[in-house]
Design a protein around this ligand. Structure first.
Ligand code: NAD
Length: 728
């Protein structure tokens, strides 16, 4: 039988060392809980033991549940009786409560990061000693994956710190270092790493207070609790409003946490813990968390591990790359590459333009230094790696060159030819184009097999995604090398096949166009923008169009018309952007006005002239209807990308949508969301939207097939090994 918690007797104490024999990290699973139960039983029954110390033999103190197991279990949970799920969820909490009330002191010696369930074990102990290990973090991040800390985390923190001080830990899921945790009184002592165990033992032997304040008669909630206490009543009014404003109530977890914080402190601890598990049971069954865990963690990690990298191609160790175009994107790419330790040749039309690009990088790095986010020496080293020039000969030793010049095929053709004239025969040539098909650009290069799309997102230093686009002739070796670069830049790649707009630009473009179309229909612009935020989009479609440039939307549409000829007709949004941009010179933020005005005080406002050009129609739609249009048009575009083979993998579509273009994380991405709603329900919604708003909502063939066959994009695993008790 596997043992994951070793028990070693040290005179009058027992030391419990968490040390999973086959895993690199200790996680909370059924075996762990069985061991914990056995440990507590022995401590209680062995009269020679005065107390216990928990520690870990791994570099991480204790991680929470294995997210892969948890995601799989969440499918099965939905078909199980609620009471059964509750009991499984509650087991972890019940054991920690037994530990807390066992009648003997238990301290923990933490010498590695303790997040989620790991910190909850520590919170249940009577004393927490942390070894001052660099980079060690403590936190309860469950809310970030749509869950709550159900091992008593909400109840113990509230009782230790007061409800208000517990909120940042629980509602934001922030991680804190040891110093901050000590200041917040979440832990009791910080000592040198090799002194933690001895200090924990000393405390058990010399102090050993094993009754928690909330188990004493005179306990009062710090800061008050309940509606009758004016301090907490005000707090809940404000925090409910804040959660609503931040999440538009799309995320059930923050509301559930607020409920735990409101209800729990009014109850005895044992009942409060059951309330917490009840809310957790609901979150596990409700569906939001499953999509979030799957996309934000499991599938993102798969992409980060380069699961699409062709095998049999040796890894490229990048030392030097070239970037053509020192504008917004080129300078951003040069910055992240230099930060990752690469030499970067940064080329623009003339040396002055290239130097301007580098000066912008210097300014951004300087800002990071001023805010204490970057070491001054590191900023200098980064800058020293960037060579601004107009001389293509400097690219001779570059292993990969990426062009980020104007979105104009003729200009790109000139640049590709100039790069080709000097580039080594093994080097990769990449384009950061957001719309031009890669296969067509590759034909302009000498070696189309060594050409690939690397679509970064703005701002490059903050956006985690890179969409890697395979042209028709792109070789496996080129794809592998491009992925090696993306990994070196610490970005998350998705791999898609070539088509106009690839996946992300097409997908996101459908949202923007639908919003603009509605302006043309006389729907109130403020309603459109607000409805977008209510479905969870970070920014409304009209504000986005202003940022991207209304003139750009016009020129991309014209380019598509000229490329595709008479067989292609632009959508209704084109007339709107054409009128604003060509007719009125309102090109967006950069021209001082577009759908919005941008006064000098920085408070943008929707341009009142919009309603003169497109008078508001009588009988405005509900925000719900507008939101459905904005959401479903994106689901349809995602389905078309899958149907046409632009996407090969639903997981990558989800990751790309959430991390690239801000599709609401609570959905888990378009494909997870379709699975959650069920293909048949999505089909019915599309049919009804098509009747009301036109053919573009007509359900794609793939959706019809999936509804008919009852299929899903993400496998619903049948193998269930029991419900993970801790979702932490
Ligand atoms: P930008 O206008 O900020 O920068 C373009 C740069 O290219 C300018 O510095 C310009 O001087 C330089 N340039 C133009 N012609 C050149 C030539 N012949 N030789 C050398 N340099 C030349 O544009 P941007 O926003 O950085 O976009 C660049 C590319 O990235 C485009 O293909 C665009 O579609 C793509 N892209 C843009 C975004 C975005 O959000 N802006 C996002 C993803 C991809």
């Amino acid at each position: 039988m596997t043992t994951v918690i070793r028990q070693d007797i040290d005179q009058d104490l027992v030391v419990w060392t968490m040390d999973h024999p086959t895993k690199s990290a200790n996680t909370i699973d059924e075996v762990f809980l069985d061991d914990l139960e056995a440990c507590i039983g022995r401590l209680q029954s062995d009269a020679t033991l005065k107390g216990a110390v928990i520690t870990s033999a791994k570099s991480l103190f204790l991680a929470g549940a294995d997210l892969k197991d948890m995601e799989r279990d969440m499918t099965a949970i939905r078909s199980k009786p609620v009471a059964e799920v509750f009991e499984a969820v509650f087991r972890f909490s019940r054991l920690l409560r037994e530990l807390e009330t066992c009648g003997k002191p238990v301290a923990c010696a933490i010498s590695g990061t303790a997040m989620g369930g790991g910190l909850e074990v520590a919170l249940a102990c009577h004393h927490r000693v942390v070894g001052d290990v660099p980079g060690l973090q403590l936190g309860l991040p469950e809310v970030q994956i749509g869950l709550l800390p159900a091992g008593g985390g909400t109840q113990r923190l509230a009782r230790m710190l007061g409800i208000q001080a517990a909120m940042p830990w629980l509602l934001e899921g922030k991680a804190f270092d040891a110093k901050a945790a000590l200041a917040a009184k979440v832990i009791d002592a910080v000592v040198p790493p090799d002194a933690a165990l001895a200090e924990a033992k000393r405390w058990v032997r010399e102090v050993g207070d094993c009754v928690k304040p909330w188990d004493k008669r005179d306990f009062r909630m710090p800061g008050g609790a309940g509606a009758a206490d004016p301090r907490s009543a005000t707090l809940f009014v404000a925090s409910n409003a804040m959660v609503h404003a931040k999440t538009s109530d799309n995320l059930p977890a923050p509301r559930a946490i607020l409920s735990c914080l409101y209800e729990g402190p009014l109850l005895p601890m044992d009942t409060a813990l059951r309330v917490e598990s009840k809310h957790m049971t609901h979150l596990l069954r409700e569906g939001t968390a499953q999509g979030m865990v799957r996309t934000l963690f499991i599938n993102k990690a798969r992409c980060d591990k380069l699961h699409r990298r062709p095998t049999g191609v040796s890894k490229t160790d990048f030392t030097r790359i070239g970037v053509i175009g020192a504008g917004l994107m080129g300078a951003g790419i040069a910055q992240v590459a230099a930060r990752a330790g690469l030499e970067v040749v940064l080329i623009d039309r003339d040396t002055a333009a290239a130097e301007r690009g580098k000066a912008g990088i210097a300014q951004r790095l300087g800002g990071a230094v001023a805010k204490g986010r970057l070491d001054a020496a590191k900023a200098e080293q980064t800058l020293a790696r960037i060579l601004p020039t107009a001389d293509y000969a400097a690219l001779r030793d570059a292993q990969l060159v990426i062009e980020a010049v104007f979105e104009d095929r003729a200009i790109k053709a000139g640049v590709i030819a100039a790069v080709d004239a000097v580039l080594g025969k093994d080097a990769v040539l990449a384009s950061n184009t957001s719309t031009l098909p890669i296969t067509g650009l590759a034909e302009l290069a000498k070696r189309p097999k060594d050409f690939i799309g690397l679509h970064f997102f703005s701002p490059v230093d903050r956006m985690p995604l890179v969409e890697v686009i395979r042209g028709r002739k792109t070789s496996d070796a080129t794809l592998a090398r491009a992925l090696d670069l993306v990994a070196r830049l610490r970005k998350t790649p998705i791999v898609v096949n070539d088509a106009r707009g690839f996946f992300t630009s097409r997908f996101f473009g459908s949202f923007v166009s639908e919003g603009v179309t509605m302006v043309g229909e006389g729907i109130a612009p403020a309603l459109i923008e607000n409805a977008a935020r209510m479905i969870g989009m970070p920014v409304g479609p009209l504000a986005v169009q202003d940022e991207v440039g209304i003139d750009l939307a016009v020129s991309i549409t014209r380019q598509t018309m000229s490329d595709l000829g008479d067989s292609w007709r632009p959508g209704a949004s084109f007339a709107v952007v054409e009128r604003l941009s060509d007719g009125l010179g309102r090109h967006g933020r950069k021209s001082g006005g577009g759908f919005y005005d941008y006064p000098a005080d920085g408070r943008k406002q929707l341009w009142p002239g919009l309603t003169d050009l497109w008078p508001p129609r009588t009988g405005q739609p509900t925000a719900d209807e507008v939101g459905r249009r904005l959401l479903f048009i994106q689901l349809i575009e995602a389905l078309k990308c899958m149907q046409e083979g632009v996407l090969e993998d639903a997981a990558e579509g989800d990751v790309g949508a959430v991390f690239g273009v801000g599709f609401p994380a609570h959905t888990g991405g378009p494909f997870s969301y379709i699975d959650r709603l069920g293909a048949e329900q999505v089909l019915n919604a599309c049919v009804s939207l098509a009747k009301r708003h036109g053919e573009r909502f007509r359900p794609p063939r793939l959706l019809r097939q999936m509804a008919r066959d009852g299929r899903r994009f993400h496998a619903a695993s049948a193998a269930v090994v029991g419900v993970s008790s801790s979702a932490s």
